[in-house]
Design a protein around this ligand. Structure first.
Ligand SMILES: [Zn+2]
Length: 152
């Protein structure tokens, strides 16, 4: 779809064969979102949620070291259910379930959960992609949706 006269109130989606030498499934830019055609609806949702203000979260740091701490209230304060998560669940396992989970290397199993609030994990922070990963609360939940998606 190419809605060239959207004037910011519609999302432009471009379905392509490959992106970045097959390294990416989707990418968001101010003028629209490019999606590899063979990827599923999860990629479309992930990229549209970026457009709404959410950021990527990673299960591991730049060196691939996974976040091996146990899930705790301070890691998911807005979604803590007081025992909903099994006591042996690790934070990287929880992050794998999130729709904003991203990848430093190849595609693995992907999640679809959209939490209510921030989740502790590796993320780029205010500088966005291209900056080093930092560990802390990542804006991956409904509380960080700050705008309706659009193309400009
Ligand atoms: Zn992403």
């Amino acid at each position: 779809m190419d809605s060239t006269n959207s004037m910011g109130n519609a999302v432009e989606l471009y379905f392509v064969r490959t992106l970045d030498g097959k390294a990416a499934a989707g990418v968001r830019r101010p003028k629209g979102i490019a999606i590899v055609s063979e990827t599923g609806g999860r990629t479309i949702a992930h990229e549209v949620l970026h457009d709404c203000g959410l950021e990527d979260i990673y299960i591991a740091d730049d060196q691939g070291n996974p976040l091996l701490e146990l899930v705790a209230e301070q890691s998911i304060p807005a979604d803590w259910g007081g025992g909903y998560y099994n006591p042996w669940v690790l934070q990287h396992g929880l992050i794998k379930r999130l729709i904003m989970r991203s990848f430093l290397t190849s595609q693995e199993d992907v999640g679809t959960d959209l939490p209510s609030g921030d989740v502790r994990g590796w993320h780029h922070g205010p500088g966005g992609g291209g900056t080093s990963l930092i560990l802390g609360p990542a804006k991956v939940g409904q509380s960080s949706i700050i705008r309706t998606p659009g193309s400009y």
